[in-house]
Design a protein around this ligand. Structure first.
Ligand code: 5GP
Length: 190
């Protein structure tokens, strides 16, 4: 998605050779028009799949996942990261390491929102090592739902997450793929 590449070049900053700061577009804000276009692009790419729900992880996955759910015309479910007082004690739960926080967090999805009748598209902001994605996929599997595919806004292809999921046989589509952040330069895959 060329428009997104241009915006990343203009607005993102390289923290180090592993981490890109994309606050204005993905992690601390969103451009509504650009986000809606991301949703339309995911809807186009997964047009051949049966999708009953879009699922994501709070918080940075929500804008693009919302836009995708809107474009496809299905509900959105987002995994919570903390148990709340009114949470469901019987919810699906998976513990995953957090790439940016350096801690483990729990992903929690209510059993009322996901079940064997669902065929879900998982959308997320960034994939690095793939821990968040694998945790979410385990929740989808626990629920008996089918995973129709995985859509990622920004894949860092020099880290193993995207490759590992494709090797496991999942259909993964990324809107942009970054092959390197070395030498303070953002290099995209062709
Ligand atoms: P993973 O579980 O694939 O290692 O990391 C995925 C999550 O960590 C993403 O949802 C994203 O929020 C965060 N993350 C991973 N790499 C980066 C990065 O380079 N920059 C930012 N801002 N977040 C990242």
């Amino acid at each position: 998605m060329d428009l997104l590449k241009q915006r990343i070049l203009k607005e993102a900053s390289i923290v180090n050779a592993d981490v890109l700061k994309v606050d204005s577009l993905l992690n601390h804000g969103a451009d509504p028009e650009l986000t809606l276009e991301m949703g339309r692009e995911f809807a186009r790419r997964f047009a051949g799949e049966t999708i009953t729900k879009v699922i994501t992880v709070e918080s940075s996955g929500i804008p693009a996942a919302f836009a995708t759910a809107l474009a496809i015309g299905v509900p959105l479910v987002f995994a919570r990261r903390k148990k709340t007082l009114i949470g469901d004690p019987d919810a699906y739960c998976e513990r995953v390491p957090s790439f940016t926080k350096g801690i483990v967090t729990d992903l929690i999805v209510s059993r009322q929102l996901l079940g064997p009748a669902d065929s879900v598209l998982f959308i997320d902001d960034i994939i690095a090592n793939g821990d968040a994605a694998r945790g979410l996929i385990r929740i989808v599997e626990q629920s008996g739902a089918r995973l129709a595919g995985v859509g990622i806004v920004l894949e860092k292809s020099f880290q193993a997450g995207g490759r590992t999921l494709r090797e496991l046989g999942y259909r993964l589509e990324s809107l942009v793929r970054i092959r390197s952040l070395e030498n303070h330069v953002i290099s995209f895959e062709e």
